[in-house]
Write a protein that binds this ligand. Structure first.
Ligand code: NAD
Length: 263
């Protein structure tokens, strides 16, 4: 609780957003905080400029940027108060993967009921995409991953088809759907899997980049096929959501009693 914070009390439950809009630029003024011109997604830095968890990132499989702790000091507008009834393990997921997946499906792709979708990568974000596709009424939901355990979870979350990822993903997707999916989502952050998305969607289909590739890794795209076949490739940041509005569903939504009843 810092100086000037008057609307929170000690003991209140909040969800922390990792994405901090400036609330001053023209995008923020339009309510489109997810494309803020001055946004910071930096985690909390130690006084010497290093990241609190940098020492833990010696594993070669982890990005070199270091892990950022996000919870030591946050500005008031990076905290969204929620009901004390929401368990912390649920709240933590809402602040990142759930809102990212839900927003990508609902706000960015605008998935229509009955349409087919492919989710590449069934981790935290991928499972949230699948859960949200189910909520949006999607028909065939194909999950692709290299990890059989992730695919088992994907099925549990509502995937109708699972594919143990291999180089033939576009062909496999066409075998399942006949002509490609209506929507594809990449939730890993690999240039190769982002690059094959346009080939997985049908003519007029939409591919959404959700995974964050390394900064210096260009992606190769078949631009001619995109143009000739009227396909769309878009990026999705934080699901184009407004945390102060979208995280509070539990408190203000008319379905809150229903959500509580299904846990
Ligand atoms: N755009 C946004 O706003 C936003 C928000 C949060 C996270 N992200 C990004 O989303 C991505 C996924 O995050 P996460 O927390 O779900 O990660 P995660 O590690 O939980 O999941 C990644 C999944 O991808 C699978 N995978 C790895 N390589 C694969 C391959 N070659 N083919 C198929 N599957 C493969 C893994 O087995 C795992 O199940 C990350 O890049 C993360 O930075 C983006």
């Amino acid at each position: 609780m810092g100086e000037g914070v008057t609307d929170l009390e000690e003991g209140d439950h909040v969800i922390i957003t990792w994405f901090q809009p400036c609330l001053r630029c023209s995008s923020c003024a339009e309510g489109r905080t997810w494309v803020c011109d001055n946004a910071s997604s930096e985690g909390c830095l130690l006084p010497d400029g290093s990241t609190p968890c940098a020492r833990m990132t010696e594993r070669p499989s982890l990005p070199r940027r270091g892990l950022h702790g996000g919870v030591r000091r946050r500005p008031r507008h990076a905290l969204v108060p929620i009901s004390r009834e929401v368990p912390f393990d649920v709240a933590a997921l809402i602040g990142c993967s759930v809102v990212t997946g839900f927003g990508a499906v609902v706000n960015d792709a605008g998935v229509q009921a009955g349409r087919s979708a492919l989710v590449i990568g069934a981790g935290g974000v991928g499972l949230s995409l699948i859960m949200s596709l189910v909520a949006a009424g999607a028909g065939k939901i194909i999950a692709a991953d290299i990890n059989p355990e992730a695919l088992a979870l994907a099925e549990e979350f509502g995937a109708t088809h699972t594919v143990l990822s291999n180089g033939d993903l576009p062909d496999t997707v066409r075998e399942i759907t006949g002509h490609g999916v209506d929507y594809a989502f990449e939730a890993i952050g690999l240039p190769e899997t982002i690059g094959i998305m346009p080939d997985c969607v049908r003519r007029g289909g939409k591919a959404v980049i959700v995974g964050l590739p390394p900064e210096d890794a260009p992606v190769s795209i078949d631009a001619l096929a995109l143009a000739e076949q009227g396909k769309t490739l878009i990026g999705s940041n934080y699901g184009s959501t407004v945390p102060a509005r979208d995280f509070r569903c539990w408190r203000s939504c008319t379905s809150a009693a229903y959500c509580r009843s299904i846990g």
